[in-house]
Design a protein around this ligand. Structure first.
Ligand code: GAR
Length: 190
């Protein structure tokens, strides 16, 4: 599930080849013109859109539409990959134990938004990303992997985000591969 450029989605999709036990069945976006949709189509993956703006003030309706789109594809595992809407218990309960997310901080530090700016403001010496199981607690489910990068002198939120994103593209496929094999041992990179 994506909302944006879908670079993590591409990393996941490209990893699912050869002896990998999983294959992508659907890329679902809540943003009709998300860049990741064209990338998914180029990879030959089915796509669907559930535009949250059609459900203004109706989060249950939005989540029911997401679930209906997913049920049509019958996924065993759902990867949030830059999906930028908060999901409530209605959704997370329906798919419990099967939803992963990648978050651009070393959780439990900096759940929510503006993670890189917050790490810089705090004077942190390192930053990174986490893959975690999605529960009803925002960015709060069990951590299944982390990758660390140094914070360098002169870093800006953008430069730090770019350095972390390189690691996201390694971490998320590594965690997914382990997860679909039934192994929840955390993947630790960097
Ligand atoms: C990634 O950095 C991901 O960690 C972040 O959005 C970016 C999506 O990039 N996710 C969140 O902030 C979730 N709250 P992508 O669309 O190129 O994969």
């Amino acid at each position: 599930m994506i909302s944006g450029s879908g670079s993590n989605m591409v990393a996941l999709a490209e990893s699912m080849a050869g002896d990998h036990p999983a294959r992508p069945v659907l890329v679902l976006s809540n943003v009709p013109d998300a860049g990741g949709l064209a990338k998914a189509e180029a990879l030959g993956i089915a796509t669907a859109v559930v535009d949250h703006r059609a459900f203004k003030g109706d989060r249950p309706g939005f989540e029911a539409a997401l679930t209906a789109a997913l049920e049509a594809a019958a996924p065993d595992v759902i990867c949030l990959a830059g999906f930028m809407r908060i999901l409530t218990r209605r959704f997370t309960g329906r798919w419990a134990g099967r939803v992963l997310n990648i978050h651009p901080s070393l959780l439990p530090k900096y759940p929510g938004l503006h993670t890189h700016a917050r790490a810089l403001d705090a004077g942190d010496a390192e930053a990174g990303c986490s893959v975690h199981e999605v529960t009803e607690d925002l960015d709060g489910g069990p951590v299944l992997g982390q990758a660390r990068v140094p914070v360098l002198p002169g870093d800006t939120p953008d430069s730090l985000a770019a350095r972390v994103l390189v690691e996201e593209h390694k971490l998320y496929p590594a965690v997914l591969r382990r997860f679909v094999a039934g192994d929840r041992t955390p993947v630790l990179l960097g």
